[in-house]
Design a protein around this ligand. Structure first.
Ligand code: ADP
Ligand code: ZN
Length: 611
């Protein structure tokens, strides 16, 4: 047996192959455990460098590594990027012909393959058995939260991965994911049958993300166009809830002159794949998509994620918004939300046929999500606490930290009036009629009947708009809910105890100023600029632009995304340092041995010409 590879080998490899000087966060700890042959689970934030946690041990340990990954697009990108740095990697998926499949497998059999990427459904019995006869260094399960129904992206095919323990005895298995609360983590360990696993959970902080949330007011599509135009030239993702909403936003953006793409499950696979590819390959594209888009799209230079409609849960929010700024450079997340979104989500859960236990968890998650959007706590801080972190400092850059939400003021008295109106009126009328009732307006016989109640007209000193905000706030806080038939929603009080506490003044309700009179904001804070450019002189900027053009052409001719050649940050450092030899180029972060050899000539020429 060769001696077990040590961490110092891992560090040397990090520099030689990937061109990085140091491990990030928990990478080193995770890698040490895998090198020691242990099973493990690593929960690292998006952009935390999960791939290196299994790629490096696979390169150091004897044999070929298997990576189970849910999406073909993800595999294709990772394999491209690995080949660029000289790693022998291939993917085995259903779109491949038999010949290339066999070639990849024979190479692995001969010990001439470092990593094989497979999908969970592709890892059927015959392939698994064939691989089990080979020398396998490790098995990595990417996006491991898909194994758990508590995660937000449950995939039945993942369940079957538990059997790998029996098929590959003694082979370390590492599960990695960016989102898993405690319950999901426990489920992953159990479902995958991990033996005495080492568990690493990193902080959920994403210091480079600036977050904000705003209530939907007026035309939300136009608001999205406004937000995107304020970030012109940057690459971004706009999430919308439905296919038609996606099409609408994409059309509106095109009309406004923003190059955009639409992506949803209603498009056929070929179109979807082509658009995803286009998004990766071209700079400055805006992808309008349902959540069908994104898992496994690890484009590092996405500068913003806008939720035209809110996500399903905070886990989903963190993962979706986390697709911005994987390169560690400043990036933004802006979410639009409204009470109708919350109601739709609650109704959807009520009417689903999930077991009650699961429903209860989902209902709570929906309420937590909207309380988060509508709250006035530091955004990043709130998410981190939600994921169980204890000592959390305010981020200093979100809308709440920057004081953009306006002072919150006490609205308990209004809330008491609204809730008593709901109860007096018998929990059988909708919001519009309740507001009229509070304002003392009677438009038909039924209203006139209700006008005999003591709550009629008690709210005359708040305008209609203000009442709507009060009802929104009550809804977000779970003090009222919309029940009844979906088409004619009536307002009900779901929890009599909380209502009593409200009347006794033990439970208070506050309103943000911008709920009563929302202000429109459109900041960009320079996130739209390419990464690392901030302090370039005019001369260096010219070099940077020339390098970027060279990268665009080269990427196009090879059919790979530009960032697979070099990241923006790496180009900026080259523009500043102007390396003229392969050795000097090697000193730049993000340049490994292979790329230094391949590109030193081009880089030196461009630097000389442009500087
Ligand atoms: P994740 O899958 O966790 O979102 P990736 O593995 O895609 O993250 O890594 C995100 C980016 O960070 C990649 O471009 C990767 O090359 C880079 N990266 C990873 N580890 C390091 C490191 N130790 N130093 C510098 N950059 C790193
Ligand atoms: Zn903050």
């Amino acid at each position: 047996m060769p001696p077990a590879p040590a961490l110092k080998d891992a560090r040397a490899l990090l520099k030689r192959v990937y061109g990085y000087d140091a491990f990030r966060g928990l990478q080193e700890n995770v890698i040490a455990d895998v090198l020691a042959g242990r099973d493990g689970l690593a929960v690292l934030p998006t952009g935390g460098g999960k791939s290196l946690c299994y790629q490096i041990p696979a390169l150091l340990r004897d044999g070929c590594g298997i990576v189970v990954s849910p999406l073909i697009a993800l595999m294709a990108d990772q394999v491209d990027a690995l080949k660029q740095v000289g790693v022998r990697a291939e993917r085995l998926d259903s779109s491949m012909d038999q010949h290339s499949r066999n070639a990849a497998l024979s190479a692995a059999d001969r010990g001439e393959m470092d990593l094989l990427y497979v999908s969970p459904e592709g890892l059927g019995t015959s392939l698994a058995e064939r691989l089990a006869d080979m020398n396998i260094s490790l098995i990595a399960v990417d996006e491991a939260h898909c194994v758990s129904q508590w995660g937000h992206d449950f995939r039945p095919d993942y369940r079957a991965l538990g059997r790998l323990k029996g098929l590959f005895p003694g082979v370390p298995r590492l599960a990695v994911t960016a989102t898993a609360d405690a319950r999901t983590r426990a489920d992953i360990l159990a479902q995958l049958n991990l033996t005495d696993p080492s568990v690493h959970v990193a902080s959920f902080d994403r210091p480079n993300l600036t977050l904000s949330a705003e209530p939907k007011v007026g035309n939300r599509t136009q608001r999205v166009v406004q937000l995107v135009k304020a970030r012109a030239g940057a690459s971004g993702i706009v999430y919308a809830a439905t296919r038609s909403a996606v099409e609408d936003v994409a059309d509106a953006l095109e009309k406004a002159g923003v190059p955009s793409l639409a992506y949803h499950a209603g498009l056929d696979t070929g179109i979807r794949a082509a658009r995803q590819r286009q998004f990766l390959l071209e700079e400055g594209r805006v992808m309008c998509a349902t959540v069908a888009f994104g898992m496994g799209v690890d484009k590092p230079d996405v500068r913003f994620v806008i939720h035209a409609d809110p996500p399903k849960t905070l886990e989903a929010y963190w993962q979706e918004v986390g697709r911005a700024g994987r390169d560690g450079e400043p990036a933004e997340g802006v979410a639009l939300y409204g009470p109708a979104d919350m109601n739709r989500s609650l109704q959807w859960t009520y009417s689903s046929d999930a077991p009650d236990e699961v429903k209860r968890v989902q209902l709570t998650k929906t309420r937590q999500l909207f309380a988060f959007f509508n709250g006035d706590e530091c955004r990043r801080g709130a998410v981190r606490r939600y994921f169980g972190e204890e000592k959390v400092d305010p981020c200093g850059v979100c809308d709440a930290c920057r004081g953009e939400l306006g002072a919150s003021h006490d609205a308990t008295r209004w809330a008491q009036m609204a809730v008593s109106a709901v109860l007096r009126c018998g929990q059988r009328i909708g919001r519009g009629r309740l507001v009229q009732h509070l304002l003392g307006e009677a438009k038909d016989d039924f209203d006139t009947e209700l006008s005999k109640l003591s709550t009629f007209g008690i709210g005359k000193d708040l305008p209609k708009q203000g009442w709507n905000r009060v009802f929104d706030a009550l809804m977000f806080e779970g003090l009222i809910a919309e029940g009844g038939e979906a088409m004619r929603p009536v307002v009900i009080v779901p929890d009599a105890e909380i209502a009593k506490a409200l009347f006794r003044g033990e439970r208070t309700v506050s309103l943000r100023e911008d709920l009563a009179a929302p202000r429109r904001r459109s900041r960009t804070k320079g996130a739209a600029r390419a990464a690392g450019q901030a302090d370039l002189s005019a001369r260096d900027q010219a070099v940077f632009d020339a390098l970027r053009q060279w990268r665009t052409d080269l990427a196009k001719s090879r059919g790979v995304p530009p960032y697979v050649i070099f990241h923006d940050r790496t180009l900026a450092e080259i523009a500043r340092e102007k390396p003229s030899s392969p050795e000097a180029l090697r000193e730049i972060s993000g340049v490994g041995e292979k790329k230094a050899q391949a590109y030193a000539g081009d880089v030196a020429r461009i630097v000389a010409e442009a500087a």
